[in-house]
Design a protein around this ligand. Structure first.
Ligand code: ADP
Length: 502
């Protein structure tokens, strides 16, 4: 592992974007925080301040919710035809492509992720998410329902359902894919005709704020999308509790997800949650070993392990265990660590000091509980929140590194003898159920294991494949509801049954 450092020159537009204190977007205007306060956003590769952004509180949230309510109840948004709405969302996707380099640079600067990944994955996938949902605006159909009411003999009815937007939605997102998570939240809510208050993560608000400018340029009416930056307790919590919000959509830790549910309970807002994971990745001995090594290493090390679906528990059949584990360790050794803005970087820093300390805490806990790091196991010295990609062996099922989400580049490798109920029980043996992987040439076996895994997504001979058409979400404590695909429309609509006697 070595630290590279040939960072690219930032575009002038990016430099000027970060030079100005960034404001909230409320009711179509960029406004300072009600308190007048700002807070710093850091570059995790250098620990230096990149920019200052408005520090929101309950008053800012209240203003944003009121603006979203006005935009939902009156004004041009509810009067647009579905096709007009769709074209606007599609245009936003085009604008994201036009500003791909700026968005990728901001994302890499703020989050620390490799610029090559931001250019190839985060930004295009965000644009595609908007364009996928743009197509749904004209397909939000209800049904006609034949009735046979026993206590109304001889009567005939005309009954049908309407799919209506749920209303004003509050959306709270994390820092691991800042732009993409904004797209996952905003796109289906726009498609269904809702209005939104988005609260980006305090660590990474910049790309969402640039997206806000593009939303205005695409022609969305004032107040349809409002963006309030700030910290979780001061800004996220009042959004989750606000009585003017009809639905809250959250992506983040399971711990905060439970707080969201409690905050939403007062007025029984609708809630959808995409929470943590501790995903098992199961490798059978008949596999093509080389591709399984590359694939399972990518499953944990992609995005520095800061993925809720990271394949963090690697189960390998015992006859190929040493070979696979050594192969994954080698992949880890060869990963080029560095600032995201260096095009040679393969893994950037952890997003923040808090996250860095959390991951280092798990490295210490693993060692203290008797797990052995065959590669990594430490922070990487010098400036920036860099952690060595780590492979643990000699773990036990009840260890913290097996049960708890680390959200860093740390995988535990566990041997198994054969595919049986015990293996499946162990794979399913955490509170989480977000994703899982299976690697084998025996396709029948792969589908049989997929059926038994308690996970919202199972990848076979691949990992981390996302598509706007593919639903994503969790079993157990990994969440409620499914984002993406047509399932996401259910999160932002409610059905009305209309029944007329003829
Ligand atoms: P992480 O621990 O990975 O940073 P969190 O779940 O704490 O993840 O944060 C995800 C998002 O939730 C962020 O936008 C954060 O500001 C927000 N958040 C944190 N605490 C709360 C809270 N009590 N209520 C609402 N939102 C919160």
């Amino acid at each position: 592992m070595s630290v590279a450092a040939n960072v690219i020159q930032l575009e002038n537009t990016v430099n000027s974007f970060v030079a100005e204190p960034r404001k909230h977007l409320i009711g179509g205007r960029w406004v300072e925080a009600a308190s007048g306060k700002t807070f710093p956003v850091y570059n995790p590769a250098t620990e230096e301040v990149i920019a200052y952004v408005a520090e929101g509180n309950a008053e800012d949230i209240d203003r944003a919710v009121k603006a979203a309510r006005r935009a939902f109840e009156s004004g041009p948004w509810p009067d647009l035809t579905p096709a007009e709405r769709g074209k606007m969302i599609w245009r936003l996707g085009d604008l994201i492509y036009e500003h791909l380099e700026e968005l990728a640079q901001l994302e890499s600067l703020d989050n620390g992720k490799p610029i090559v990944i931001a250019r190839a994955a985060d930004v295009p996938l965000s644009a595609d998410t908007f364009q996928y949902f743009a197509g749904w605006t004209t397909k939000m159909e209800g049904n006609t329902i034949p009735l046979s009411v026993p206590y109304a003999p001889g009567a005939t009815f005309h009954a049908y359902t309407l799919r209506e937007p749920v209303g004003v939605v509050g959306q709270i997102i994390p820092w691991n894919f800042p732009l993409l998570m904004a797209a996952w939240k905003l796109a289906p809510a726009m498609a269904t005709g809702c209005t939104m208050v988005l609260k980006p993560a305090e660590e990474t608000p910049l790309s969402a704020l640039l997206l806000g400018e593009l939303i205005q340029e695409a022609g969305f009416p004032d107040g349809v999308v409002n963006i309030v930056t700030g910290f979780g307790e001061e800004t996220g919590a009042p959004l989750a509790a606000h009585p003017g919000v009809d639905k809250i959509a959250f992506t983040g830790s399971t711990e905060v997800g439970k707080l969201i549910v409690k905050a939403a309970a007062n007025d029984l807002k609708k809630v959808s949650l995409e929470l943590g994971g501790k995903s098992p990745n199961i490798v059978l001995s008949d596999v093509d070993v080389e591709s399984a090594i590359v694939g399972t290493a990518g499953a944990i090390f992609f995005n520095h392990g800061q993925c809720c679906c990271a394949g963090s528990r690697l189960y390998v059949q015992e006859d190929i265990f040493d070979q696979v584990v050594e192969g994954v360790a080698n992949e880890a050794r060869n990963i080029q660590l560095g600032p995201g803005l260096d095009p040679n970087t393969q893994m950037g820093p952890m997003v923040s000091e808090i996250q860095f300390n959390r991951v280092c805490g798990y490295l210490d806990a693993g060692a203290a509980e008797g797990a052995k790091a065959i590669v990594g196991g430490h922070k990487s010295g010098g400036k920036g929140y860099f952690v060595e990609p780590t492979v643990f062996v000699d773990t036990k099922p009840d260890m913290k590194v097996i049960q708890e989400e680390i959200f860093g580049p740390v995988v535990a490798a566990i041997p198994f003898k054969e595919v049986n109920d015990e293996l499946i029980a162990e794979a399913n043996g955490t509170d989480y159920g977000l994703a899982a992987g299976v690697w084998t040439r025996d396709i029948g076996m792969a589908h049989s294991i997929a059926a038994k895994l308690k996970a919202g997504t199972v990848w076979i001979n691949t990992y981390n494949i996302f598509d706007p058409a593919l639903p994503f979400g969790g079993y157990k404590q990994s969440g409620w509801g499914r984002e993406m695909g047509h399932d996401a429309l259910d999160l932002y609509t409610q059905k009305k049954a209309v029944c007329a006697m003829l």
